[in-house]
Design a binder for this molecule. Structure first.
Ligand code: VGL
Ligand code: ZN
Length: 223
């Protein structure tokens, strides 16, 4: 039986920003069995008192960011290059610092959030995970500080939802395990950028010890 202690559990609301939601430059795709719009169900979960703390993240890139295809002449969006020895997908310009598309989505209840962690600010490194950047020029993955914040608050488990299922939510859930946290992935409250990624995403999560759950399981699990 799934069981979590509310005071020791954090809800991570990942990259719920207009550039990723329907109508945005890098919008996610809904699966056949889930609603088109991510805002309402994530908002409903945020309005519960199931969690000891709620934290949101924002992808927050400078205009000269390494992940933008526009900064690599001759490379189209969604093509792949190698950056510091690792594959980098080149994205359309998205979540540029200070733009409306990078804001925390205005339909979410901001009063519920104890902290907002911004990531992807280093022009030289992408940052999918909320815990650490991708590998940068020096071969390291600098931390965002989120693990320290959660540990200091006595949190030992995270519940991950948001965008995108196959990119930032996946990387965040994986790094949570590495940070010694129990890691839950709310499958139906995540939406994907690559419509064909589901099987690979599920397999990777299971392999790493991440618990895949659905939103309807949470009220019974957090008692
Ligand atoms: C993301 C692509 C590029 C995400 C961020 O939030 O999943 N995807 N940057
Ligand atoms: Zn990004």
């Amino acid at each position: 039986m799934l069981h979590l202690v509310p005071e020791r559990t954090a809800l991570l609301v990942i990259d719920m920003q207009p550039d990723y939601t329907p109508g945005g430059v890098l919008r996610v795709a809904a699966a056949a069995d889930q609603g088109e719009h991510p805002l309402a169900p994530v908002r409903a979960l945020m309005e519960t008192d199931l969690f000891g703390v709620q934290v949101a993240t924002q992808d927050w890139h400078p205009p000269d960011h390494v992940s933008f295809a526009s900064n690599h002449p001759g490379h189209a969006p969604l093509s792949r290059i190698e950056v510091y020895g690792h594959e980098q997908i080149l994205w359309p310009d998205h979540c540029v610092q200070g733009t409306a598309g990078a804001a925390l989505h205005p339909d979410l209840p901001p009063a519920r959030l104890a902290a907002i962690v911004r990531k992807g600010m280093d022009p030289h490194a992408d940052s999918y995970s909320s815990f650490r950047s991708n590998v940068g020029p020096d071969g390291r993955r600098p931390p965002t500080g989120l693990a320290g914040y959660l540990h200091e608050r006595g949190i030992d488990g995270v519940v991950c939802c948001g965008l995108a299922r196959d990119v930032c939510v996946k990387w965040t859930a994986e790094d949570a395990i590495r940070a010694g946290l129990r890691s839950l992935f709310v499958w139906d409250l995540t939406w994907q950028v690559d419509p064909d990624a589901d099987d690979a995403t599920r397999a990777a999560l299971k392999h790493k010890g991440i618990e895949i759950v659905t939103a309807d399981m949470l009220p019974r699990a957090l008692l």
